[in-house]
Design a protein around this ligand. Sequence first.
Ligand SMILES: [Zn+2]
Length: 241
Amino acid sequence: MRRILFLCLAALLTACVPLPLEPDRPPPAARVETGPRLDTQTSAANFAQVVDTMEPVITSECRARAPRSNCDFMIVVDTRPGLPPNAFQTLDRSGRPVIGFTASLLADARNTDELAFILGHEAAHHIEGHIPRRIEQARTGALIAGALAALTGLDDASVERVAGIGAEIAARRFTPQLELEADRLGTVLAWQAGFDPERGARFFERIPDPGNAFLATHPPNAQRQAVVRNTLSRLRAGGDV
Ligand SMILES: [Zn+2]
């Protein structure tokens, strides 16, 4: 449990920059059981095992795929009671990647494969540079929307408002693509560490399906599971992913 810090989110928030990625939050509804819930001791032991096994893999893949990135991951658990199951990736002020799990997500995970897949997915967001890419996408959206608004002769305050809306829409439209990319690399990372990503992705069966909702931040669950299956068959065939 060397790198696992149990802390209150208050401390985390003061240490971290604002979170530009949507948390990977399964809202509470439409639950499908994919195994019995585990007791607290087993959940904690599973998490410790997953972190110990996954951390060297995500660090070395980060160094290989993103040599200019900070690959010194900090993995934290938010133990405040009452938080929904949730995981996220962000950067602290020094640019160090932080991966957070709520305690309720640890309690909700049915096995180590689910925890490994989720940890791999969050690490993938950092390795693939999704925070800067999403910021860049928002900036472009703001520029385009602002320029179009200015052409219509709106006043400066209105142009600024439209640019803000353009930034939000551009970032949200981009997010499902990033989620699928993180699912793909998350599958690779979990597989390399010896876990079963297909079993891990059964986690999606317990979360509500956003379907093809307009501006949904997450892709349809079936699409996510298909990405995991396809990536896994390429890995099993010895292909490059
Ligand atoms: Zn994600």
